[in-house]
Design a binder for this molecule. Sequence first.
Ligand SMILES: *[C@@H]1O[C@H](CO)[C@@H](O)[C@H](O)[C@H]1NC(C)=O
Ligand SMILES: *[C@@H]1O[C@H](CO)[C@@H](O)[C@H](O)[C@H]1NC(C)=O
Ligand SMILES: *[C@@H]1O[C@H](CO)[C@@H](O)[C@H](O)[C@H]1NC(C)=O
Length: 409
Amino acid sequence: MATSSKLRSPVLPRRRLAEPFLLLLLLLLLAAVARPTAAADVVELTLLAGAQEKGAVCLDGSPPGYHLQRGFGSGEHSWLVFLEGGAWCNSIESCSRRKMGVYGSSKFMKAAEFNGILSNDQQLNSDFYNWNKVAIRYCDGASFSGDAEAQDKDGSTLHFRGLRIWEAVVDELMGKGLATAKQAILSGCSAGGLAALLHCNDFHARFPKEVSAKCLPDAGFFLDVEDLSGERHMWSVFNGTVHLQNVREVLSKDCLTKKDPTECFFPAELVKSITAPTLILNSAYDSWQIRNALAPDGSFPGQSWSSCKTDIRNCSSTQIQVFNGFRNKFVDDVEIVKDKKDWGLFIDSCFTHCQTPFNISWSSQASPVLGSKTVAEAVGDWYFERSYEVKEIDCEYPCNPTCSSQLPT
Ligand SMILES: *[C@@H]1O[C@H](CO)[C@@H](O)[C@H](O)[C@H]1NC(C)=O
Ligand SMILES: *[C@@H]1O[C@H](CO)[C@@H](O)[C@H](O)[C@H]1NC(C)=O
Ligand SMILES: *[C@@H]1O[C@H](CO)[C@@H](O)[C@H](O)[C@H]1NC(C)=O
């Protein structure tokens, strides 16, 4: 069309563009080769063997995947299993969209960078750097817990096989050395943190008594709170997921006799039946929950909460009071943990979400400090029992001066 070509901005002749471009490429290549020690910790993707026969597949039917980095030295018989997060899908429509991407199909998965608790850098991760580390990719949409299938709008099958993925991947890892672990941690962040709670007992039960197997759910403690409009928004999200994907097997039998399965999917119920030592790591002002559970779009008029949701420094004192209400519920819900021997709490007041898989939150000058410990120090002290107890609950925002605005939100 004549009009559109007229509107196009003038373009440099090709030959003149190519030279600076090639020079830049050469410089980038040189930079990459010249600094091998600064190379990021990239770990290749392994697809689960025999996934289809076991029915352990992603939403689209593709095999699930994980990244395994072998331990070395004194870490040879120590294992960290980390479950990836990425919210949930709770309807045919949302699961159908999800299967077109990395959270629903291994067709889109690539190698992963290991940071924070997954890093093999001794300075950054002094307690776990030489452990065997596995990150299991999330591609089922129900925190590795559903077991069902449904028909997609186009007639194809939507596979809800999170539970089988969990079982088949851990079985495969057992054969790769996890079975002879002397020390083991099940962790994960966000929906993966919830999954770590859901599978904590199963993980623990796979090892002999003398093995130190513990759980570290990070940012997985989702609250059943009313949103700004008074709806139980998070409850509705979970209700859709639990019913659509048939989440049942992983829930506590005791809870199911008394309550609705959706209620039994919430951490406040899950912790009652967990028997393995567990450290709950979470911000009481979890930025994901504040944005998506407490103040989801549509729960408030106009733009009244938009800038406060994006950056907590922009909230009014009235808005902070609402967040404090969320924090108080958080403190109430984790109260039960205080009396549990060998358990831990690290509940800070920084506006962030997931604190183990990022260098900056895990162990840096900007890591949240609670009880004079960074996240990495607190987790290490709890796991190795270097302190009598690690049970810390932060004061109300903005009292903790170590909460950095550089933390991921
Ligand atoms: C995290 O720290 C490691 C080790 O120092 C470094 O190689 C990696 O690039 C860092 N990752 C990010 C995202 O900064
Ligand atoms: C929970 O989900 C089920 C299945 O989709 C639905 O029938 C039920 O009405 C939902 N409950 C509420 C209170 O929304
Ligand atoms: C926060 O407030 C500052 C100053 O009023 C403003 O410049 C900034 O854009 C706000 N941030 C957001 C995310 O709205």
